[in-house]
Design a protein around this ligand. Structure first.
Ligand code: GLN
Length: 607
């Protein structure tokens, strides 16, 4: 097993996660099996109780683990399935050590950070690195370990010390270190400055770790003089200094790293066996195609995201990624409008009329409306209003988790005449509890008690756009994170008026997918399909939503969805034909080969 530790310098939030996953991508394309571990040095056991305001989205794994959103980057870039143990926190490590102490495992000893905590970290890494993460259950060859925060943070110290020891435990040829640092370019001087990078490397070395690659993050590519300077002052060869400047899309990051020889350097440094180092002929071709396609998009599709944490983009990281994957698949540039749900409410008209009208202007000019997941009452009335607009004006709509619940509330209030319809989450005494809590998931304990992770949804009928989008499979498996559900007792009333629950849990009790009759595209899902969307395998509900929002759904339906092995659908203005080649006839994320997107010149067939 080979290990690559990725550390950060100067400031956090400069794309360490994307760089680490990009490195993994090029290694994977070189024929190496890659897994990853993200270390978050906070004391929380997991990300489950975080507010999206502080940390961004909580990412959910197949096994129900609620983890840092960086694990989403690894899953998307590397097309792998991680487990809850792939996210290490200080809380998890201490809990392990304290449990052992209580059991008497250290009887007679004083339990200390060194060696007990540092040993526990090393054991955890060695154990988890071996766990298979792709479909064929093979042991990975390389584990990329990303240490959250920056070098020098107090919380990170035990981890840095653990890896200082680890490099000797696993031997030099099996361990290397990549340091991602910032090279600022202050306006006052106009020059790129290496001093912060020098300091953070000095700190890293002082703690006993030497960087093998230094990745400099900057706004524009670093000059040769800067590269030389980093090399000179940081005690590395110029070829060990990489430059990642701001790019048109993250799909370009692996390509840029590769152009600078990153994977070849790592392969040499880690003495990877020649049989592993067999580059496929079409090395990174998919990524290049993806990046080029992204840069060439001419037409735009405007999607309104009606949420609550719209100030912080990271709060909806996977939703935005899933929208981007699907926008690219339908050859449109995504123009995303974040609408603060509360701004749509009548109370805002009195408080700040400009804000109210601006929010409504954005909503009504969108091609599609998305209401994502969320918790708590604030903004829910605004979301219900947005749903009402989408339903009555026949604007394509996708409701995810809370979005589905809001769709049901809106329908109950305005079609079923249950004026006080609500969720017991927001109004426990409501006369019309359309959304109710699932008692076994409302235990009073907040951490890890929701209905979480991968669960099956069975289609109840063939008359369903979603079933077709999922490649006509009988069931789908998607990830969940919720505590409330549609009240099963009201389902008949909904269905009688045209809101059909076409997908349900295996026991038939939980409503998973709703569709509306007489609407171009009105879909709600209780699960979060965004978590398993991939750049080259867009999530079917998002894909359908983007097809509808870009006016292509009907053409797609007319051609029988994806029944032909080489389905093509096309642009009407630009000269680009987007060809979607299916692996095995289904768009379902559970189908391994999924979709490949290829851009080629071709005839133009309007939708
Ligand atoms: N708050 C809702 C629930 O717990 C929706 C959750 C979500 O959107 N993830 O059911």
């Amino acid at each position: 097993m080979k290990y690559i530790l990725v550390t950060g310098g100067v400031i956090s939030g400069i794309g360490k996660g994307v760089i680490a996953s990009s490195l993994g991508t090029i290694l994977k394309s070189s024929g190496v099996r890659v897994t990853s571990i993200k270390i978050d040095p906070y004391i929380n056991i997991d990300a489950g109780t975080f507010s999206p305001y502080e940390h961004g989205e909580v990412f959910v794994l197949n096994d129900g683990g609620e983890v840092d959103l960086d694990l989403g980057n690894y899953e998307r870039f590397l097309d792998i399935t991680l487990h809850r143990d792939n996210n290490i926190t200080t809380g998890k490590i201490y809990q392990t050590v304290i449990d052992r102490e209580r059991r008497g495992d250290y009887l007679g000893k004083t339990v200390q950070v060194v060696p007990h905590i540092t040993d526990a970290i090393q054991e955890w890494v060695e154990r988890v690195a071996k766990v298979p993460v792709d479909g064929d259950n093979a042991t990975p060859d390389i584990c990329i370990i990303e240490l959250g925060g920056t070098i020098g943070d107090i919380e990170g110290m035990p981890f840095v010390e653990a890896f200082r020891q680890f490099q000797f435990r696993v031997k030099r040829e099996n361990f290397c270190c990549v340091h991602v640092s910032l090279v600022p370019q202050p306006k006052a001087t106009g020059e790129q400055k290496t001093k912060p990078t020098q300091s953070s490397i000095r700190e890293l070395r002082g703690l006993g770790l030497s960087p093998d690659l230094i990745v400099c993050r900057s706004t524009v590519t670093i000059t040769d003089a800067v590269r030389e300077k980093v090399s000179l002052f940081c005690h590395v060869e110029p070829q060990q200094v990489m430059s990642i400047h701001d790019l048109s899309s993250i799909y370009r990051v692996p390509l840029l790293l590769e152009n600078q020889g990153a994977s070849a350097y790592i392969m040499r440094r880690l003495n990877l066996h020649p049989h592993l180092n067999m580059r496929p002929k079409k090395f990174m071709a998919d990524w290049k195609e993806l990046a080029d396609r992204y840069d060439r998009l001419l037409r735009e599709v405007t999607i309104a995201l009606v949420g609550k944490y719209t100030k912080l983009e990271d709060a909806y990281a996977s939703v935005i990624k899933a929208l981007q994957h699907s926008a690219l698949a339908v050859s449109h540039r995504l123009n995303l409008k974040y609408i603060e749900a509360a701004d749509l409410e009548m109370s805002m008209l009195a408080e700040d009329p400009c804000r109210y009208h601006e929010a409504w202007h954005q909503l009504v000019s969108a091609n599609g409306i998305l209401v994502p997941g969320g918790f708590g009452v604030r903004g829910t009335e605004g979301k219900v209003l947005a749903v009402n607009w989408a339903r009555t004006k026949k604007v394509p709509f996708l409701g995810v988790c809370l979005g589905l619940q809001c769709a049901a509330i809106e329908f109950a209030r305005n079609v079923l005449d249950m004026k006080e319809a609500n969720s017991t989450e927001f109004f426990p005494e409501t006369k019309h509890p359309v959304v109710i809590d699932m008692p076994e998931h409302n235990t009073g304990m907040m951490g890890g008690t929701m209905r979480l992770g991968l669960r099956k949804t069975l289609f109840k009928t063939d008359k369903s756009i979603m079933k077709k989008l999922y490649g006509n499979s009988d069931y789908v498996e998607e990830r969940h994170r919720h505590r409330y559900e549609i009240n099963p007792e009201l389902v008949e009333q909904f269905e009688a008026k045209g809101m059909r629950f076409v997908g349900r849990s295996e026991d038939g009790e939980r409503m998973e997918i709703l569709e509306l009759d007489d609407h171009p595209f009105f879909v709600g899902v209780q699960y979060h399909p965004e978590y398993i969307s991939r750049p080259m395998k867009p999530s079917p509900p998002y894909f359908g939503f983007l097809l509808a929002s870009s006016g292509k759904l009907q053409g797609f339906v007319n051609r029988g969805f994806r029944k032909s092995p080489n389905m093509e659908y096309s642009e009407s203005s630009d000269d680009e034909l987007c060809k979607i080649t299916e692996g095995n006839g289904a768009l379902s994320p559970s189908t391994a080969s999924g979709i490949k997107m290829r851009a080629s010149a071709g005839t133009v067939k309007g939708d």
